[in-house]
Ligand binder design. Sequence first.
Ligand code: ATP
Ligand code: MG
Length: 279
Amino acid sequence: MSETESSGEATGEEEAPVVELDNAEIVYDRNFLAVQGVSMKADRGDIVALLGPNGAGKSTILKMISGIGRSERGEVTRGDVYYEGEKVTNFQTKEMVDRGVTHILEGRRVFPDLTVEENLRCGLYREGRRIRYDKSDYELAFEYFPQLEDLLDVQAGYTSGGEQQMLVIARALIHRPNLLLLDEPSLGLAPKLVQDIYETLREINREEEITMIIADQNAQRTLEIADYGYVLENGQIELNDPADVLVNREEIKEFYLGTSSEESRYSDIRHYKIRKRYT
Ligand SMILES: Nc1ncnc2c1ncn2[C@@H]1O[C@H](COP(=O)(O)OP(=O)(O)OP(=O)(O)O)[C@@H](O)[C@H]1O
Ligand SMILES: [Mg+2]
């Protein structure tokens, strides 16, 4: 694909995906190969699941889409990244924020000493500019996370893990992103809470028309709300399918869900070093 060519939108027949990686190779520190030959995409309005064990490259891919990986000395050294048909390979974070990409990093990063309200206010930057504080911005957040309204004056550091996850999603929502990247939103949360948060993410996706890529080790939950899924291992895509197909594949059942009906058949598959999950 040439510098000026956009991936598919010029014909007017087929809309370009919101984001697309074309045979991407990602290297840290100029010598550590983290991701190799990855081609994947997220179509408009979809939720895409990015699954795989520790170190597979899920966060790396999200970071190179949002540009955050650049500040960790990550670089796309082969292949390309496209956003809305535009080549954005190795763009900086600011350039991607300006284009409507919001990245929720792993680990529920709230400002612990600030109140919930002050944390939400940090979301009031749009298109790279601080926008005027307006209560209606919060209303969008409260629509999906009404619990937060009662916590506005509480220091974020004193709220529960689930409330903090809601807070970071709410804060991201206030950006009104076009593409939301979520890294391990279920990590360390009780199953019921994960279910609630994932159902809310699905609602947000549908109602606000926000395309999402969710990197998570919780394959079952993520595939329940996803439209499409990719399974990474050792920096490469091992499986990819529509979510409803992927969730029924024996490899997924066996190695992620622990519910395989054909255990012996798959018990000796070498390359799935994925630890079993019994969730
Ligand atoms: N900033 C960095 N500098 C150098 N290497 C890194 C950096 N971040 C990640 N890596 C390496 O890149 C590989 C992919 O890591 P990544 O964090 O993308 O995996 P992951 O799939 O998100 O794993 P996890 O489920 O543990 O979050 C790993 O080998 C990791 O050690
Ligand atoms: Mg990660």
